[in-house]
Design a protein around this ligand. Structure first.
Ligand SMILES: Nc1ncnc2c1ncn2[C@@H]1O[C@H](COP(=O)(O)OP(=O)(O)OP(=O)(O)O)[C@@H](O)[C@H]1O
Length: 277
C-alpha cells in the first residue's frame, strides 16, 4: 500500500465472511452481492459487490457512461437487475422507505400542484390523512428552515427552488436512504453552490444514508464521507475513499490540505481508470 493510500485510510471492499458485519467494522446499511446487469452486449456490472455504510453520504464518481446512474437505479429498484441481491439491513427494498431525487427537476414535479402538494404527495400515496399530511409537511419545512412560498406552482419557482421541493418530497416519507442522481447538474453555478449547502444542511440534520451521483469531482469530495470511484464497465470499485473533513464544510474547506489531497488522489484513480481501455 502506498503512502498516499495510508493517508486516506481506504477501507478494503471485500465480501465479508459474515453478512452481519461489513467492510466498515459495523453492519452495513446496504449490502450488494453478485450484482450483474447488461444492456444488449454491454456488460455494465458483472458479479459486483459493495457495502454502503449507514448514515454516511456516499458520492459516486467515475468515467462517463461507466454505470453510476445504473447502480443507484438498480439499488432504488427503478431498473431490474439481471442477477444478484441488494438488501437493506437484511430487508428487501419493498420493506423500506427511500427517497429519490432525479437530475431533471423540470420533469420531476407535478406542474399542476403547488409546492406544498408536491412535497406531501408521497404521503397521499401512503394514504396518510389530509390533516396529518399538512402537519408533517409544515414540520419538515420548518425543521429544515426552508424559506420558500409553498403556494407557488413549479413554473413560478427557480430551478433551485424546484429541486429543493424535489428533495423535500423525497424526505417527507422520512426515508432510510436517499438517492440523488446528479441533482444539481441542470442548475446554474450560483444555485448549485446554494443547493450543495442545502443538501449538506439536510444531511447534518437527518443523518440519512445518502447516495449521490456527481459529475463534478470537487462536489463529490466536498459533500462526501466516502467517494465511490468506479472503473469503466464492467464496473469495479476502483477505490472507496474516506474523507473526514469537518462539517459544515465551507469555501475554506476547498483549500484545506486534507481536501486537496483527497481530491488529488481521487483524480489519480479516475485518470488511471479513464486511460485503461
Ligand atoms: N436503458 C438503457 N439501454 C441501453 N443502454 C443503456 C441504458 N441505460 C444505460 N445504458 C448504457 O449503460 C452504460 C451506463 O449508463 P449509466 O447512465 O449508468 O452511466 P453513467 O456513469 O451514469 O453515465 P454518465 O457519466 O453519462 O452520467 C452507458 O454506456 C449507457 O449508454
Amino acid at each position: 500500500m502506498s503512502a498516499i493510500q495510508h493517508a486516506f485510510r481506504p477501507e478494503p471492499i471485500s465480501v465479508p465472511s459474515s453478512p452481519a458485519v461489513g467492510a466498515f467494522g459495523k453492519r452495513p446499511h446496504v449490502t450488494i452481492r453478485g450484482l450483474s446487469k447488461r444492456f444488449d452486449k454491454a456488460v455494465i456490472y458483472d458479479n459486483f459487490d459493495l457495502d454502503i455504510p449507514r448514515g454516511e453520504l456516499i458520492s459516486v464518481f467515475g468515467p462517463n457512461g461507466c454505470g453510476k446512474s445504473t447502480l443507484i437505479n438498480m439499488i432504488a429498484g427503478l431498473i431490474p437487475v439481471d442477477a444478484g441481491q441488494i438488501l437493506f439491513d437484511g430487508m428487501l427494498l419493498s420493506e423500506i422507505k427511500f427517497g429519490y431525487v432525479f437530475q431533471n427537476y423540470r420533469e420531476a414535479l407535478f406542474p399542476w400542484m403547488r409546492a406544498f402538494d408536491n412535497i406531501s404527495y408521497p404521503l397521499k400515496m401512503m394514504k396518510v390523512p389530509a390533516a396529518e399530511r399538512k402537519a408533517r409537511t409544515e414540520k419538515l419545512v420548518a425543521h429544515l428552515g426552508v424559506k420558500l412560498d409553498l403556494n407557488k406552482y413549479p413554473y413560478q419557482m427557480s430551478g433551485g427552488q424546484q429541486q429543493l421541493v424535489s428533495i423535500m418530497r423525497a424526505l417527507i416519507v422520512e426515508p432510510e436512504i436517499l438517492f440523488l442522481d446528479e441533482p444539481f447538474s441542470a442548475l446554474d453555478y450560483e444555485m448549485t453552490l446554494f443547493m450543495r449547502e442545502q443538501l449538506q444542511k439536510l444531511f447534518m440534520e437527518t443523518g440519512t444514508t445518502t447516495v449521490l451521483v456527481s459529475h463534478d469531482l470537487e462536489e463529490a469530495v466536498y459533500l462526501a464521507d466516502r467517494v465511490l470511484l468506479l472503473s469503466r464497465y464492467p464496473a469495479r470499485v476502483a477505490d472507496f475513499v474516506q474523507y473526514d473533513g469537518v462539517r459544515p464544510r465551507t469555501d475554506a474547506t476547498l483549500s484545506e490540505p486534507d481536501f486537496v489531497r483527497t481530491k488529488a488522489h481521487c483524480l489519480d484513480v479516475f485518470q488511471r481508470e479513464v486511460r485503461r481501455s
